[in-house]
Design a protein around this ligand. Structure first.
Ligand code: HEM
Length: 192
């Protein structure tokens, strides 16, 4: 598989594993889809963070590795869109089995994130960059930070729960570290 297709292949494998683990560990359809939703979000996080940090890594440590990630940033972004589409499917099935609807706050925060995610995925090509002009950057900057916020907010919410504190701290910490990296790259860009 060529390097260009590696992120997409990885996303297909990770989402399949996430759903399989959900079904292996959960007892009953409801818990299985809940775990599938949880694990698909979890495997999407590293793919999201690679996309979120790609240009900052290349600015702070311009080496072959960082340049290779930057060159394939579109594919990393699309790989996250793929795992998060499986998250959407899993949580829709979870709600269908439970006969529930997500809260209005979740629908607005999460639904807005999906609208932005698909707008970004559909405009991840040279023709859209040319057609949208400065709006392309505005759309992608807003979208990537909105997605970052939902991840950070979801994991920060777990820190108060003793049973889930460890994962909350770990994954929220990763989100904060990624943000710090972007800020450091901005400072370097302005200075240099
Ligand atoms: C309407 C949209 C969404 C709904 C209804 C929703 C629903 C869910 C559900 C049911 C779970 C499993 C909860 C559990 O752990 O028991 C979950 C987990 C999660 N979702 Fe979503 N989600 C939505 C969109 C998003 C988006 C856009 C993001 C990120 C950008 C996201 C990030 C997460 C995270 C981080 C977890 C926790 C995963 C973990 O435990 O590691 N969700 N979501």
């Amino acid at each position: 598989m060529g390097t260009r297709l590696f992120p997409i292949g990885l996303a297909i494998a990770l989402s399949g594993l996430a759903v399989a683990f959900g079904f292996g560990w959960g007892s009953g359809l409801l818990e299985q889809w809940q775990l599938a939703a949880r694990y698909t979000a979890r495997v999407g996080l590293p793919l999201f963070l690679i996309t979120y940090c790609a240009s900052s890594l290349a600015r702070l440590w311009p080496g072959d590795g960082a340049r290779a990630i930057l060159r394939h940033r579109r594919q990393w972004g699309l790989s996250f869109a793929l795992t998060h589409s499986v998250h959407l499917m899993a949580l829709a099935l979870y709600n269908a089995v439970a006969g529930t609807m997500p809260s209005a706050t979740t629908l607005i925060g999460g639904g807005g994130a999906y609208a932005l995610l698909y707008a970004m995925a559909l405009t991840s090509n040279d023709a859209s960059v040319r057609a949208l002009g400065p709006w392309w950057k505005r759309l992608h900057t807003l979208g990537i930070h909105w997605l970052w916020f939902i991840f950070a907010f979801s994991y920060a919410g777990r820190i108060g729960d003793p049973a889930r504190r460890a994962e909350g701290l770990l994954f929220f910490g990763l989100c904060i570290a990624a943000l710090a990296l972007r800020v450091a790259a901005q400072i370097k860009r302005k200075r240099g």
